[in-house]
Design a protein around this ligand. Structure first.
Ligand SMILES: [Mg+2]
Length: 328
């Protein structure tokens, strides 16, 4: 088959625009993913996404974002005040136990690992010790909220940057696999924000750097085999059938990277992730963040952003965050 599709030109954006686009596209991705989450069938997911119906798994109206966006907004608010793990943990607790930063004053979802960690924080445990660390604690609940941190600390030198990302991950998810998954995602985001490389060049350069880092650190060496398809770059050219979609953090990282690498606009990336069914909110949040940083907002339909619950408050928080991030 002869394709007449041409890759779109790289959009030249400044850091502020990249950070803003990454956040909006990630949040829109989460919102589109809510009606498509399991137990909807794949066909029903597509229908719900296409019609922007809302009323999916949690019977919520149009523009409803999930726990992913709640935790992203809490992270942003905390980082605007200054980097403090305990403050961030307490802000997460306000979300879970007081319905703070929820679309309609109600907490509709929370993963088990996140719940257990936030219970510990509430009982007085420090944020450096609240994270759950068994192998079963490798769900995607930390990847769903890591986006603002990857943007905020983008200018740190790589070793310091990854140490920061790991510490923030470990507020809830302290197993080295979860920390490495967020670190790999963050390394790619750092390249997308701080360079103007073509997408796949940025991906391969980031994976090379991440592989080198995790090889150098003993804590992470036993985890490398779980990330082989990602760190080798093989994931970029795999057929869709080989990509698993689930709540396991490695699957979520793989599927979001695959959608980012194999679609040619922010709209198509978010569309592809939201259409995959299962864990659509987190896959779309993670892939949407990457897509927004790379492509900008130009291809994202305005009705997607216009429909967001608490849109004006989100706009204000994003602008404050962008200004705080630019000072970093
Ligand atoms: Mg969610």
């Amino acid at each position: 088959m002869v394709s007449n599709m041409v890759s779109p030109p790289i959009v030249r954006m400044d850091s502020a625009e990249k950070i803003r686009s990454a956040l909006y596209t990630g949040i829109v991705g989460d919102t589109l993913g809510v009606p498509a989450e399991e137990p909807f069938t794949h066909e029903a997911s597509l229908c719900a996404v296409k019609n922007l119906l809302g009323y999916g798994r949690y019977d919520q109206p149009l523009g409803t974002w999930s726990d992913d966006t709640s935790m992203v907004l809490c992270t942003m608010e905390s980082l605007i005040r200054g980097y403090d793990l305990n403050d961030m943990g307490k802000t997460f607790c306000r979300w879970l136990f007081e319905a703070y930063w929820t679309p309609f004053g109600q907490v509709v979802d929370c993963g088990v690992t996140t719940f257990l960690a936030l219970e510990e924080l509430r009982s007085g445990v420090a944020a450096t010790h609240s994270g759950q660390r068994s192998e079963d604690d490798n769900g995607n609940g930390c990847l769903m909220r890591i986006l603002p941190s990857t943007l905020f600390f983008r200018n740190q030198e790589l070793d310091a940057y990854l140490a920061t990302i790991h510490d923030i991950t470990a507020i809830t998810h302290a197993h080295p696999r979860s920390k490495a998954a967020c670190g790999i995602y963050a390394t790619l985001m750092k390249h997308l924000i701080t360079s103007h490389k073509p997408k796949k060049d940025a991906f391969f350069a980031a994976m090379h750097e991440a592989a080198d880092y995790y090889q150098r650190h003993e804590e992470f060496r036993p985890e490398l085999r779980h990330f082989e398809r990602i760190l080798s770059g093989a994931i970029a050219s795999m057929p869709r059938e080989e990509i698993s979609v689930s709540g396991y953090i490695v699957d979520t990282l793989e599927s979001s990277l695959w959608c980012f690498l194999n679609n040619d606009s922010a709209r198509n990336v978010v569309w592809a992730t939201a259409s995959m069914g299962l864990e659509t909110d987190t896959t779309s949040m993670a892939a949407g963040g990457l897509a927004g940083a790379y492509y900008g907002m130009s291809g994202v339909p305005s009705e997607w952003t216009d429909s967001l619950a608490r849109r004006e408050e989100i706009d204000q928080l994003i602008e404050k965050f962008v200004q705080a991030a630019l000072r970093q």
